[in-house]
Write a protein that binds this ligand. Structure first.
Ligand SMILES: Nc1ncnc2c1ncn2[C@@H]1O[C@H](COP(=O)(O)OP(=O)(O)OP(=O)(O)O)[C@@H](O)[C@H]1O
Ligand SMILES: [Mg+2]
Length: 299
């Protein structure tokens, strides 16, 4: 479980990254942070990912406080427990698809046959096996993002953080990628995405609106209009301040059972880029299937 407790972050000249943000995201859950440019989405994501320290407040990961760790220990937590996906994919241009995925395991000292099996499972799970030998420059944006997703998931992280993961993708491909992120959550990970993409709205359990570093839970219809029409800010009536502390007092969920299920099946091919609005929205609020290792891979 990922939790922020009264987290604040300020930069110079009055810029606000986070202002008393409290939030709890559980395994099996996917949430999105929407909001105008400069509102604090990336800052909040970076604080969750131990890429940035908050000025105040606490970050908890799987029952451990992690905001005050020394850099070496923070790097260890990042490479073992967290996965990252970025808008611009962040792939190494001279490496093949599978070599890019293997990089995440190399950081953990995992190589050889064990690494090969994990890489091939992760690539199959996101339906990108057929691009294993290609370099990023020889792939479409959607294919590159699937390689990046396989790299983010190959070590079976507990938490997946994605900053504008569909920012460079067309609507149909964006729907496919967000659907995949949702499946990752339903297989037991905690998933947080920062996005401007209206497609994401159909796939997340909770859509937050970030304004000046604070979290709000907007009316969905009003948020949809805000996203698609790009108007200034949501009215206060449609955007209740998020009382994160209410959830902080909730009963903690039961620990996940030991992993039993198979890894995710290979995904179907991309849908044709036809209808705006893209992939069919999934069922709402399916109960999370909590597994300790979404990939069924040995540790
Ligand atoms: N390293 C930094 N140093 C100084 N100010 C920063 C830094 N990072 C972010 N900021 C400022 O903090 C505020 C929040 O920025 P952040 O990147 O979190 O916004 P965002 O919601 O992700 O925006 P976008 O949608 O454009 O990605 C902005 O005013 C930004 O200029
Ligand atoms: Mg950002």
């Amino acid at each position: 479980m990922l939790e922020l407790r009264h987290v604040s972050k300020r930069y110079g000249r009055g810029a606000v990254g986070a202002a008393d943000v409290s939030l709890m995201v559980e395994p099996g859950e996917i949430i999105a942070l929407f909001g105008p440019s400069g509102s604090g989405k990336t800052s909040i994501l970076h604080i969750m990912g131990l890429l940035q320290e908050p000025d105040e407040g606490e970050v908890w990961l799987a029952g451990e406080r992690v905001d005050h760790l020394r850099e070496r220990k923070a790097a260890d937590v990042r490479s073992r427990q967290l996965g990252f996906v970025f808008q611009s994919f962040g792939l190494l241009p001279l490496l093949s698809g599978e070599e890019n995925v293997a990089v995440a395991l190399r950081l953990l000292g995992i190589g050889g046959e064990a690494a090969r099996a994990r890489v091939s499972n992760a690539m199959a799970a996101v339906g990108i096996t057929h691009r294993a030998q290609h370099r990023p420059g020889e792939m479409s944006g959607g294919e590159q993002q699937r390689i990046a997703l396989a790299r983010a998931l190959v070590h079976a992280p507990q938490v997946l953080l994605a900053d504008e993961p569909t920012g460079e993708l067309d609507t149909a491909t964006a729907g496919y990628v967000v659907d995949m992120l949702r499946k990752v959550a339903r297989n037991g990970a905690t998933v947080v995405i920062a996005t401007h993409d209206p497609v994401a709205l159909d796939y997340v359990d909770t859509a937050f609106f970030v304004r000046d570093g604070t979290l709000h839970v907007p009316d969905r219809a009003e948020l949809q209009m805000w996203i698609t029409e790009g108007t200034g800010v949501l009215s206060d009536a449609g955007s209740a301040a998020y009382p994160g502390s209410r959830r902080l007092t909730a009963t903690p969920p039961a620990p996940p059972p030991p992993h039993a299920g198979p890894p995710l099946p290979p995904s179907p091919p991309l849908p044709p880029p036809a209808q705006p609005g893209a992939a069919a929205p999934p069922e709402k609020k399916a109960p999370p299937v909590v597994e300790s290792d979404p990939w069924g891979l040995p540790h």
